[in-house]
Design a protein around this ligand. Structure first.
Ligand code: AMP
Ligand code: MG
Length: 468
């Protein structure tokens, strides 16, 4: 079978990657194929065979490789990471432009370090459901084209079924890709990578400084969106921040149920570095690492540092503007008034003290049913009249604004966990049901109401584990 490949990354300087074929697996079986996405990419979904999706057979024109990158993991510098369990098959040009097609869990590579190059079923199902849900929620993200089981076991705390995700991305180039080259003093490759990223993602910019500004802006918009839907990435290391502005790497990620700004799920995040409210600050920290990596391309050192610092500091204003626009819309507001920020933070504070469900409280606003969520004594009555007075001054259809901004359905952590547990017994019904419902997160779908409920106490998932 032939795909519309054009493998531009493979034409970059060879220090950026290592040619690497996937390692075949014993008995691949399809869990899911995303037919709509396949068609967008110009691929025939019926031709996506288990052998192709597992890397046992390469489509014609593939130039499989593992990408080099480095990164700061929880603030600590790691000079060499790279695709340790993923192989880039190549890039196809589809309806929406150039897309990377990557097999995640495809076997060992020169960057595997002590890892086995494989993934088990749980993280593959989690990434499939959450990344597709993010897309339906309007958040820039990598996509899931397919998931297969491998017929092989993967040893973690115990032996689990192995699985492979076919991941689609605008690119897999990360802040850590730039860091790897800067740390090696490889200015020639850094220049080539920068030109590549400009041509591929930001064709309107001309210089490395403008590129930095563009990436800062894309990240500000992205993180504001995360915050507006209660998404916690969980492992915002610089190797997990894509310069395209897409959400990437769904390891220990989760959506908040009850609202609290310090919410955190990741089992490996001891100090809450990547808690919900930390995300904008961490994005700035990561962007500062990108800025540092670009300095060698920005001319005279002192002036370059000043310009780069200003570019990174620009995040705050861009983020605030996006955050305000999104949270205004969550309250049904498209126009701007001075008291809007106080109105938004007033509701959030009340949600925190009432331990109100983030998603369902906002969703209930449009139905006049939010009082039931703000249960703290007097809390609703001390907020609602101001909001209602503000709504009365709002032209248009605030109810529609709210319903199109506040989802009824998010991929709730306990449901993902249940889908994984069922998947381990070979039952993928809940996994498929989640994908179907989450494809339309802003529709009411009354017969799917159980998927809108927060977890019962015994269903609560307190920790999520990295995708390894
Ligand atoms: P992640 O936590 O998924 O962002 O991964 C961090 C780094 O560890 C990346 O370089 C991965 O490629 C690598 N890695 C994670 N799991 C494995 C594995 N099972 N085998 C080899 N490398 C891995
Ligand atoms: Mg990663």
């Amino acid at each position: 079978m032939s795909w519309p490949f054009d493998n531009s990354y493979a034409r970059l300087p060879d220090r950026l990657f290592t040619p690497q074929a996937p390692t075949p697996v014993r008995n691949p079986q399809i869990i899911a194929v995303n037919a709509g996405l396949a068609r967008e990419l110009g691929l025939d979904p019926a031709a996506l065979s288990p052998d192709i999706l597992a890397g046992n057979t390469l489509p014609d024109g593939a130039a499989p490789l593992a990408q080099l990158y480095a990164g700061h993991q929880f603030g600590n510098w790691v000079p060499q990471l790279g695709d340790g369990r993923a192989v880039l098959l190549g890039e196809v040009i589809g309806q929406n432009g150039r897309r990377d097609i990557q097999l995640k869990g495809a076997g060992r590579t020169p960057y595997s370090r002590n890892g086995d190059g494989r993934a088990w079923l749980g993280p593959i199902l989690r990434e499939y459901v959450v990344s597709e849900a993010m897309h339906a929620l309007g958040v820039p993200t990598t996509r899931a084209l397919a998931a297969v089981t491998t017929g092989e076991k993967v040893q973690r705390e115990q032996a689990f079924p192995g699985a492979i995700l076919t991941r689609v991305a605008a690119s897999h180039i990360r802040v850590g890709t730039f860091q790897a080259l800067a740390a090696r003093g490889d200015t020639e490759a850094l220049e080539a990578l920068t030109a590549h990223v400009i041509a591929r993602h930001y064709p309107d910019v001309d210089t490395p400084l403008e590129l930095l500004r563009a990436i800062v802006s894309a990240q500000a918009g992205l993180i504001a969106k995360w915050m507006s839907i209660g998404f916690i990435h969980g492992v915002m290391n610089t190797d997990n921040m894509a310069v395209s502005g897409e959400t990437i790497d769904y390891g220990p990620c989760a959506f908040m149920d009850a609202y609290h700004p310090a919410t955190l799920f990741s089992s490996i995040d001891q100090f809450g570095r990547y808690a919900y409210q930390q995300q904008p600050d961490i994005a700035v920290w990561n962007l500062a690492q990108l800025a540092t990596s670009l300095l060698p391309l920005m001319g005279e050192r002192e002036a370059a540092v000043e310009a780069a610092t200003e570019a990174v500091n620009g995040f705050s204003q861009l983020y605030q503007a996006d955050w305000m626009r999104l949270f205004r819309a969550k309250l049904g507001l498209k126009t701007q008034e001075e008291g809007d920020l106080a109105l938004i933070t007033g509701l959030l504070q009340r949600m925190a003290t009432s331990q109100a469900d983030f998603t369902n409280t906002f969703r209930a606003l449009a139905d006049g049913a939010a009082a039931a969520h703000i249960t703290d004594e007097g809390a609703w009555d001390s907020w609602a009249p101001d909001w209602q007075a503000r709504l009365a001054r709002e032209p248009g259809d605030p109810q529609a604004t709210m319903r199109n901004t506040n989802p009824a359905f998010i991929p709730r952590n306990h449901r993902i966990e249940q889908a994984i547990q069922a998947g381990l017994t070979g039952d993928f019904a809940l996994f498929h049901r989640l994908n179907t419902v989450l494809a339309h997160p802003f529709e009411n779908q009354p017969d799917q109401g159980d998927l809108a409920l927060p977890p019962e106490n015994h269903e609560r998932v307190l920790q999520t584990f990295c995708g390894t």
